[in-house]
Design a binder for this molecule. Structure first.
Ligand code: MN
Length: 261
């Protein structure tokens, strides 16, 4: 029997927005500007649509992070950037709605001091790889080498059972997702999307874009025949080499998002 659900989604619920804690020292305006650019790039590159979000750790207080208010990433401006505390609650939302899934960011920042930026996406090509049991999403291109040989898949039912809305809408779910990510670079979320992390805003953007591209290549290859993925050694070495090149991608993608190239 098929029973229609109640259709609850991120668009239909406004998150609670009461501010908690005092506003600390202002973040570097360059960091805020780069976060705005990152939002525009990820929309322009087709990684985020009306949904999904990117955050960056606060440069003056590593227990805090910055993220846009609840809105489409392609429309974000500096005025839309909100500061969040370690608990994932806003400090200066001033009544504006914030993302329901902000706990993805707060709990990954808490669990991973090395992570400076987090991208949560519903990009289409990645989602199938979180659905098929016994198949590992892995790096098959040198640009996707950071993915490694087996990306973890988060199963929300393991945490809150079958009666869930698939959203990471509590610190408990965020912590479980962070645990599933472990020391990895990207975690798939069954029936939902994926989350990529980086040691900088630019690296996180780069990884989110190439997670999607690696998924497209892998899907195409699987239509043709058995696939040879990168070896563990190849993923390690290629990641090291390509990390030094990510600034080139950022510069191009920024101009493209601005309509200049
Ligand atoms: Mn989501």
């Amino acid at each position: 029997m098929c029973t229609p659900g109640n259709g609850i989604d991120e668009a239909s619920i406004a998150a609670p927005t009461s501010d908690k804690g005092a506003l600390g020292p202002a973040a570097d305006p360059t960091l805020v500007a780069d976060l705005v650019t990152a939002n525009r790039i990820l929309f322009n590159q087709g990684v985020l649509d009306a949904f999904g979000h990117i955050s960056v750790r606060h440069d003056k207080d590593p227990s805090r992070f910055l993220c846009a208010r609840n809105m489409a990433p392609g429309l974000v401006t500096a005025d839309d950037i909100v500061e969040f505390g370690v608990d994932g609650e806003p400090v200066n939302a001033r009544g504006r709605a914030v993302y329901l899934e902000r706990f993805i960011h707060s709990e990954i920042f808490r669990a991973r001091p090395d992570v400076m930026s987090v991208v949560h996406s519903h990009s289409m090509a990645v989602i199938p790889f979180g659905l098929v049991k016994g198949f590992s999403f892995r790096a098959v291109t040198h640009m996707g080498s950071f993915i490694g040989t087996c990306a973890p898949v988060f199963e929300i039912r393991d945490v809150v059972g079958e009666d869930n809305d698939l959203l990471i809408s509590s610190p408990k779910l965020g912590a479980a997702l962070a645990q599933c990510l472990g020391e990895g670079t990207v975690v798939l979320m069954r029936g939902h999307g994926s989350t990529a992390v980086g040691n900088s805003l630019k690296q996180a953007v780069f990884r989110a874009v190439y997670t999607e591209q690696n998924a497209r290549v892998l899907s195409e290859a699987l239509r043709i025949g058995p696939v040879t993925g990168l070896s563990e050694g190849e993923t390690r070495t290629a990641t090291r080499t390509i990390d030094g090149q990510s600034g080139r991608a950022w510069d191009l993608w920024k101009l493209r998002a601005e309509g200049k190239v």
